[in-house]
Design a protein around this ligand. Structure first.
Ligand SMILES: [Fe+2]
Length: 319
């Protein structure tokens, strides 16, 4: 397992104006060279995307970004998801911008979310290896998570190099996986993490997030193949449910072996981790969530290249 301190033996990579310090032999880098205090010029954005395509997870330390800066930078990378209102249509938003997803452990008034509340259980699902928004038919390519308050200990974020994990599979196995289509369902991962709490899903919750269908083997930004898999993966289309789940579990276990994973430590407010959901998985790790505040906010950028992979028939041609 690699640490966020990087591998001293891995050489620095220069991409345009950026300096990338690899964090793991196959993916992840800390990137320097972006001035977040003013609008970022288009040529630097191109370098930022090139670094992302190469490393899958890029870490920008001490950016100084606030909510507006976070949203503006994210908009330079594509169209942003608006956060769905899971908790009911009349529950007010915590943030001024509807593009900001609340990935922290506080409520609207900044108080810690109480153990055993619905939202506390909901957050448990984030500790399973997943990729953001695979339960949406129009999936998302990037997530940008910005720290505002970090706990003294714990709360690191783990990442898995799904691209490398697929490429290491035997050719025969790859050929078996290529035709498969997966049903992704947000409520499946909630049930996995909190079976009692999510024994029943409310009508409002179910309507807010119906399942989506995606090809299991996809094309990564570098043109090679990768897996698109997550704890949200509930079934393989055309396969008995149990058999499909067995295969999904086996693939997630393969992708999250220590040689494909690394954990990023949040060092200070303003740290930003930018990851590609199309070629990585990630997971939250524990901290004292009843004692300490962890305030993290995320933007999520829509994938605009879905046509490269094709929309599975099971999705009815819908995006
Ligand atoms: Fe996530």
């Amino acid at each position: 397992m690699a640490s966020s301190n990087g591998h001293s033996k891995l050489g620095i990579v220069r991409i345009g104006s950026l300096t990338c310090k690899p964090l793991h032999p196959t993916f992840g880098a800390e990137v320097e060279g972006v001035d977040f205090s003013k609008p970022i010029p288009p040529d630097v954005i191109e370098d930022v995307i090139a670094a992302e395509d190469r490393f899958g997870v890029t870490v920008y330390r001490n950016t100084g970004l606030d909510d507006l800066g976070h949203v503006q930078f994210s908009r330079q990378l594509g169209d942003l998801e608006k956060v769905p209102k899971f908790r009911g249509p009349n529950v007010p938003d915590r943030f001024q911008y509807p593009e900001l997803f609340d990935a922290g452990n506080t409520d609207l008034d900044g108080k810690i979310i109480q153990k055993n509340s619905r939202r506390w259980w909901y957050n448990k699902g984030n500790a399973l290896w997943h990729t953001d928004s695979s339960f949406n038919q129009h999936r998302s390519k990037y997530s940008l998570l910005l720290s505002h308050i970090i706990p003294k200990e714990g709360g690191d974020t783990g990442y898995a190099d799904v691209r490398q994990a697929f490429r290491d599979l035997p050719e025969e196995r790859k050929a078996q996986l290529r035709p498969l289509v997966v049903k992704h369902d947000l409520w499946h991962s909630r049930k996995l993490a909190a079976p009692n709490e999510y024994k029943s899903v409310t009508e409002h919750e179910a309507a807010a997030k119906p399942p989506a269908y995606h090809k299991l083997v996809q094309i990564a930004p570098d043109g090679g193949e990768t897996l698109y898999i997550a704890a949200h993966a509930a079934e393989i289309v055309g396969m008995p449910k149990e058999e499909g789940l067995k295969l999904i579990t086996e693939l997630i276990e393969h992708c999250t072996q220590p040689r494909y994973t690394m954990f990023v430590k949040w060092k200070q407010p303003g740290d930003l981790v930018f990851w590609d959901n199309r070629q990585t998985m990630h997971r939250a790790t524990p901290f004292s969530d009843q004692m300490e505040v962890r305030d993290m906010r995320r933007t999520t950028v829509f994938d605009d290249g879905l046509e490269k992979n094709g929309v599975p028939e099971a999705a009815g041609g819908q995006r």
